[in-house]
Ligand binder design. Structure first.
Ligand SMILES: NC(=O)c1ccc[n+]([C@@H]2O[C@H](COP(=O)([O-])OP(=O)(O)OC[C@H]3O[C@@H](n4cnc5c(N)ncnc54)[C@H](OP(=O)(O)O)[C@@H]3O)[C@@H](O)[C@H]2O)c1
Length: 206
């Protein structure tokens, strides 16, 4: 039987990341998580961290450079990133909206490490090369497309996972951003209200 790839997650304690980390560990992949010390000690994250521990997920936080104290396990600490990446075969990013463009830091660390067989950037939504989005999605999709082009120009093997909209998040609020319950007075329709929805589900790879 083929050896299971060693998977490194960046952003694995987030909304989507936690499911992927769990699935990776449960499928028998040696599973690593780049995680900030502040996250490990955050009471709100204790349930997910506890679950990961029971699944044998390995937490990568420590940098050998003591001057980086407080930055260990952070996407913005190049040394932590390269050190973590050198220990695995596959890198899976599930960082959130605010860090999408900063995935160029992961790309440059992957290039420096030189050992990665496949990179999955933070996608898990629409296929950003094949949709005509309206704001506010348009800007996020443009960031994801920019990251795709950076991966391709560096020649890093990739898989882009396009899984469309998660109704568990958006249906309950009728896609009204910043709300937690369906609005009772009015619903904002994005764009001019005429774009048609398409539902291809796929993963593209190169
Ligand atoms: N298809 C859909 O309907 C849908 C819905 C939601 C999201 N998505 C997509 O899924 C992807 C993930 O989104 P999400 O909502 O799951 O993200 P999220 O919940 O915001 O999680 C972001 C993760 O990144 C970590 N992080 C933040 N800053 C970091 C840093 N400086 N260094 C290291 N880690 C850092 C966070 O750590 P902490 O745990 O410390 O915060 C967290 O684990 C995005 O591409 C998003 O567009 C798709």
């Amino acid at each position: 039987m083929a050896e299971k790839s060693k998977n490194l997650f960046i952003g694995g304690t987030g909304y989507i990341g936690k499911y992927l980390v769990e699935a990776s560990a449960q499928s028998g992949h040696p599973t690593f998580l780049l995680v900030r010390e502040s996250t490990l000690s955050n009471p709100e994250k204790s349930t997910v961290i506890g679950k990961f521990k029971t699944l044998g997920v390995r937490f990568l936080t420590v940098s050998s450079n003591s001057s980086l104290r407080g930055l260990q396990g952070d996407l913005y600490d190049h040394e932590s990133l390269v050190k973590a990446i050198r220990q695995v075969d596959v890198v899976i990013s599930t960082v959130g909206y605010a860090q999408l463009l900063d995935q160029v830091r992961i790309i440059s660390a992957i290039k420096e490490a030189g050992n990665i067989k496949r990179f999955l950037p933070s996608e898990f939504g629409s296929d950003v090369d094949h949709v005509n989005a309206v704001e506010p999605a348009k800007t996020a999709f443009a960031s994801k497309a920019k990251v795709r082009r950076a991966i391709e120009s560096e020649g890093i093997p990739f898989t882009y996972v396009s899984s469309n909209l998660f109704n568990g998040i958006f249906l309950a609020t009728l896609t009204q951003l910043g709300t937690t319950a369906p609005p009772r007075d009015k619903v904002v329709i994005f764009g001019d209200g005429n774009p048609k929805g398409k539902h291809p589900t796929n993963a593209s790879a190169g």
